[in-house]
Design a protein around this ligand. Sequence first.
Ligand SMILES: Nc1ncnc2c1ncn2[C@@H]1O[C@H](COP(=O)(O)OP(=O)(O)OP(=O)(O)O)[C@@H](O)[C@H]1O
Length: 647
Amino acid sequence: MSQKHSFQAEVAQLLHLVTHSLYSNKEIFVRELVSNASDACDKLRYEALNNSALYEDAPELRVRIALDKKARTLTITDNGIGMSAQEAIDHLGTIAKSGTKDFMSKLGADKQADAKEQGQLIGQFGVGFYSGFIVADKITVESRRAGLKPEEGVRWTSGGTGDFEVETITRPERGTSVILHLREDESNSADEYLSAWKIKQIIGKYSDHIALPIQMRKEEWKESEEEGKPGEMVTTDEWETVNKASALWTRAKKDITKEEYESFYQGISHDYEAPLAWSHNRVEGSTEYTQLLYVPAKAPYDLWNRDKKGGLKLYVKRVFIMDEAEALLPSYLRFVKGVVDSADLPLNVSRELLQESRDVRAIRDGNTKRVLTLLENLAKHDVPATDASEEDKAEAGKYSKFYAEFGTVLKEGLGEDFANRERLAKLLRYASTTSDTATVSLADYKARMKEGQEAIYYITADTLAAAKNSPQLEVFKKKGIEVLLMTERVDEWALSYLTEFDGTPLQSVAKGAVDLGKLQDEAEKKAAEEAAEAFKPVLAKLKEALKDKTEDVRVTTRLVDSPACLVVKDGEVSNQLARLLKQAGQKAPDSKPILEVNPEHALVKKLDGSVHFHDLAHILYDQALLAEGGLPEDPAAYVKRVNALLV
Ligand SMILES: Nc1ncnc2c1ncn2[C@@H]1O[C@H](COP(=O)(O)OP(=O)(O)OP(=O)(O)O)[C@@H](O)[C@H]1O
């Protein structure tokens, strides 16, 4: 008796996408189904650690692929953990991963994305089992969970539209068979997957690294018995292993090709693109492990999400233990993908135990160092010297590409990883008053510093345009002093952890009094002091008029063309960050800014003795706020005041 069930809405949606947008990359279904089969064997091996009876009489784990040209089926069979009827209903009818669910609804809402983009996007999540429907118009799954009786097997059938059927069957052998009934259409393009040669080629491409043997029926050349007729390849009953069947990371580096490294990455990450770089090492010493770490070329759409599970696949002595072992990397490196195989951890290690293990801490430190070294190498060769080797030239541009994708999260490291702060600081890149793109390193900046310059100057703003045109920059521009322009939300927070670089302090040009030190000559200093002295009575009146809005009003030399600007005290959060915090509904410190005025400006000069003093004072303040991207507290009052002066 079979029972009908409906797919969860998201599955139906995913299935629609799978069949409509992945046609350009059909063959990935082999990788996905073989990877599920291999996972099922990993799970069995893991559960059997405590219950060896689960192996029944078949301890040799393997995956078999059988082709039936007449029936037009391709069957992938594993003798792994298998599924009970309820598990088949739960796992093959719903999407458990909440990330994928969110993503599906986002994708559904974004009608702009074309089919190819959608294909690439869903590829990031791994469509998994459902990818079978790219080539099949019906899938039958027959399974029996290890430990259950033969009569407790299950058959799951679906045409990949709204529903699926489930019935109980007798299945003596443990594990799962996924039977794909290949799609029949005008071109019968799915037929190519009935060719053993084709399947072997795909396995070579995606699944060579799978540690289990993947077997297919051996084919042999048979001469024809009839005279004059040509011979042909015939399928024998014998199974042969068609993959290398050794975990890639356990092999020696020199025996692994670039293509193998890349396809291994694609297998574990579901990424369509090749990785940007990788590092593969066997670490010996007090903690022994193998690490294979990849930096992807593209950031996932939810990279910013600090709660997103990142992390590496953890193996202990080649036994798969868990995915997304986040304890193996700090959060700011959550984009790194790869594998760690430890020789020391206990096989029954849990996520909780990982957090406390000293070995894990040593592995995490080791992984962090490796990734930083990898990035440093990319950075070093980003712009190759003219006499660089071909190998070095191949690395050109990779760091810029990396930084554009992942620079923002790397910055989180300043606040998170104190031990590596200096190394991280060297990896940072910013736009500056001499470069619109984020290519200036702190070391480049230092090398270009003016004679007598004592600080690395920077400004934070919402946009590059706002940063570039900010009044606080005027004196720096006039004197030809470079200022770093920072426009990311994380910048100010991150820089609060980096007060100096290589012995030179970092100084926000919007915080504290401007002190150009030796960059200002004596005559300039004297003129400024005199101007301040002469301006004292006006200042006193200004302070009084603006006492509710400002902490202080003072004369400045940082302005050239603008009448006024707002600054905050050293060590306080900038006005811009305070606004961001408020917008995000978070508590922002309620400190008042300091208004700095330019005594040389016509508008400021006009203040003295003006009948409109009060209005002018408020306009000055509101304009300073507008100039840095803020809004007057009472915009209507501002407009009224300006208009009163205009008419
Ligand atoms: N061959 C199999 N043996 C046992 N269980 C399986 C098998 N194939 C799939 N499953 C079960 O079905 C679930 C869903 O599979 P699916 O491939 O859609 O997603 P996944 O494997 O969890 O995710 P991903 O493929 O992105 O890693 C699996 O988590 C597993 O529980």
